[in-house]
Structure formats: structure tokens, C-alpha cells
Write a protein that binds this ligand. Structure first.
Ligand SMILES: Nc1ncnc2c1ncn2[C@@H]1O[C@H](COP(=O)(O)OP(=O)(O)OP(=O)(O)O)[C@@H](O)[C@H]1O
Length: 349
């Protein structure tokens, strides 16, 4: 049987190719975009940190060489492009007093993205930071329910005033639509609403704004993330294969937008039963393995726990309702990881 080349194998190979200036591999540096492997043909784009990269030819040559003699590789097609930092461009366009925007995303619905966003926001606020959460999930804006708020205060000075609970300021698309009433969000309406959520909301000064993106990695999510000056992303997945495949598309979405990823979170891992044994529902470890393949930090494994659902439903996130529980501790560590990632990023700039 002849060996065939897979996307995972191609990524492993690209991980051996170093950027000669940054002394890190191209995958960890998020320089590999649009990787495709079909019938022995490997295609990808190398995105350079600066358009006038003097080492462009060397990087391309090294990447090509890495595939030489690899079984199953028939052809290698490399495109070179240059990075434009979306968030930098946009911050200049909108005058914001928000220091850092963290976008929480998932490849598909129901994996616990909002749960992670809400608990992350509260954990960050509990460290003393000024925090807001923007619920941009047009398909299921459930942040208000999870945060225990149902309406916005009266506007002030022609600006929307966010609701507030657990020291977190809250804005949600859910405040604009009646419960259970579907609303078709066409692109321009969605974008103007999101922009309004940034510009026309009296956020005050914020250290962190956590954004709960709609699930998925299609055009809606892509253009939404493009309309917000995102500092970094957090990818939420469950451990099972289908969810992981969707999550890897999510990682590629962030890469396409040049948004650095603070890490991957695996939610709904094995449930810990009262006798200490584990009940495996969706599996375990898939999120961490995926993070490793993409050279990303793995920043949290949250077990499946009925208390998370119960407390979410009554507007008391687990980090508030049961601060000593295992999931609450994981959320605290997750918040530390995200904050550390951002401070390292800001340090580099
Ligand atoms: N680790 C967990 N253990 C038990 N229940 C959980 C866990 N994580 C999330 N849930 C529950 O699963 C449901 C879906 O979670 P959540 O709304 O956070 O997911 P989502 O990915 O944001 O979904 P959507 O696609 O609707 O945006 C909620 O009822 C939530 O309380």
C-alpha cells in the first residue's frame, strides 16, 4: 500500500520549518494559512509578519525542502502573503477605552462557548480587572440568562448603559429581541449592531471585553470577528471527533484574521461521579491533542457537571455558585492563562 499524506502530517512537517528571525516554527507563529491536502498535493499560504520580509525566499525554500522525499507528496504549492493587523487598523478607526478584546469561539453550537465566556469574564473581574461581556451570539443569545440579568438600564447621554452583575458589564443581542422570537440578522444590520455595541455603549474604561461569538466558522463569524478589534481568541471544543474537526476550522478562521489564539479549552470532559470514578461521555484529551498539533496552549479541561448547567440556567454561573468546585478552579486558571497570554502579547508590541 502506498503511503498518503494527510493534513495533520503536513502540519507536523511544517512545524520543523523555522522562521530564521523569530527562531520559532511557522505553525506556532500562525504563519501557515489555508492548508489543504488533496491526493498528494499540498497547498498552503505562508503569511509573513511584514510585507517587506528580506527572508521571504529562504522561508519559502525551507518549507518546500521540508516536503522533499516525504512519502505520498506529489506536489507542493506555496503562496506568500503579508499580514495586515486587523485589530490595529480598527482600533485607530474607533476610539475605544477598551484595552483588550477576547473573542470566545466554537466550531459548532452547544459545546459550552457561552458558559466559558461568562465564567471567564467573572474570573477576570474577580482579579480586580474592569470587565465587560458582549453577547454577539445571534443564534442563541443566552448570556443574560446565565448572568442573571433580563434588561438594560435606561440609556444615558444617548448611550446604551450595559446591565451589570458579578462586577461584569453586560450587553447582549438578547436584550434587543423578545424571548423566543427569531430575528433574521442580515450582514449589515448585524455589523451595525456590533459596532453600536462597541461605540454607543457606555462601557467606561475596560481592561477586558469578552465577546461571545456565534457558534461556527462561516461568513457570519468571520466578518463579525473582523468588525471588532480582537486582541486574542479562545477556542472551545468538546473532546469528540466531530467537534474537534469543527474547532480546527475555527482555529483556521482566527489564523485567517491574524488573531492570535490564547488557547484551546476542552469542555464536557468525563463526568466525575460521587465515588470519584469517571463517566466518559464525549471522551477526553481530544482538545489537548488538537492544541498540540496547532502549537497552541491548552488552557483548560472542564468536566461535564450537572451543576454547571443548573447554575447557568438560574443565572448563577458555577464560579459564583460553587467557587471551590473543580470547574470553578479550572475557570480561574483559564482566566490567569488568558491574562498572561495578553500581557506577553502586549509586552512584545
Ligand atoms: N461542562 C458542562 N457540564 C454540564 N453542562 C454544561 C457544561 N458546559 C455547558 N453546559 C450546558 O450546556 C448547554 C450549552 O452550553 P452553552 O450555552 O454554554 O453552549 P454554547 O456553545 O454557547 O451554545 P450555543 O450554540 O447555543 O451558543 C447549557 O445548558 C450549559 O449550561
Amino acid at each position: 500500500m502506498t503511503e498518503s499524506i494527510t493534513k495533520e502530517k503536513a502540519l507536523e512537517i511544517l512545524k520543523t520549518v523555522m522562521d530564521p528571525e523569530l527562531h520559532k516554527d511557522l505553525v506556532s507563529l500562525n504563519m501557515i494559512q489555508d492548508l489543504q491536502v488533496n491526493d498528494g498535493k499540498v497547498q498552503f499560504t505562508i503569511e509573513l509578519t511584514t510585507p517587506a520580509c528580506p527572508l521571504k525566499n529562504k522561508i519559502e525554500g525551507d518549507a518546500r525542502k521540508a516536503f522533499e522525499g516525504v512519502p505520498g507528496v506529489k506536489e507542493v504549492e506555496i503562496k506568500m502573503s503579508a499580514k495586515v493587523t486587523q485589530s490595529q487598523q480598527m482600533s485607530e478607526q474607533i476610539d475605544l477605552n477598551i484595552k483588550n478584546i477576547v473573542a470566545v469561539a466554537s466550531g459548532k453550537g452547544g459545546v459550552g462557548k457561552s458558559t466559558v465566556a461568562v465564567n471567564l469574564a467573572i474570573a477576570l473581574a474577580q482579579t480586580g480587572a474592569k470587565v465587560g461581556i458582549m453577547d454577539a451570539d445571534i443564534y442563541g443569545p443566552n448570556v443574560p440568562t446565565m448572568m442573571g440579568v433580563s434588561e438594560l438600564p435606561q440609556p444615558r447621554n444617548k448611550k446604551l448603559v450595559p446591565a451589570e452583575n458579578y462586577q461584569v458589564k453586560i450587553i447582549s443581542i438578547g436584550f434587543l429581541v423578545k424571548m423566543g422570537q427569531p430575528l433574521i440578522w442580515r450582514g449589515p444590520l448585524l455589523h451595525s449592531t456590533i459596532r453600536q455595541f462597541l461605540v454607543d455603549v457606555d462601557w467606561g474604561d475596560l481592561d477586558y471585553l469578552v465577546v461571545d461569538l456565534p457558534p461556527g466558522t462561516g461568513d457570519v463569524q468571520l466578518s463579525l470577528a473582523q468588525h471588532i478589534p480582537v486582541t486574542c481568541g479562545v477556542m472551545v471544543t468538546t473532546p469528540q471527533k466531530v467537534s474537534l474537526e469543527d474547532a480546527s476550522r475555527g482555529i483556521e478562521m482566527f489564523n485567517k484574521l491574524n488573531i492570535p489564539i490564547a488557547g484551546v479549552v476542552e469542555n464536557m470532559g468525563p463526568m466525575i461521579l460521587p465515588d470519584g470514578s469517571k463517566l466518559d461521555v464525549f471522551g477526553e484529551g481530544g482538545g489537548e491533542a488538537m492544541a498540540n498539533v496547532y502549537g497552541l496552549p491548552f488552557i483548560g479541561r472542564i468536566p461535564l457537571d450537572p451543576e454547571i448547567r443548573k447554575n447557568g440556567d438560574i443565572g448563577q454561573p458555577i464560579i459564583i455558585a460553587e467557587p471551590q468546585s473543580k470547574p470553578a478552579m479550572v475557570f480561574n486558571e483559564l482566566a490567569c492563562e488568558v491574562a498572561a497570554f495578553i500581557s506577553q502579547m502586549n509586552h512584545k508590541e
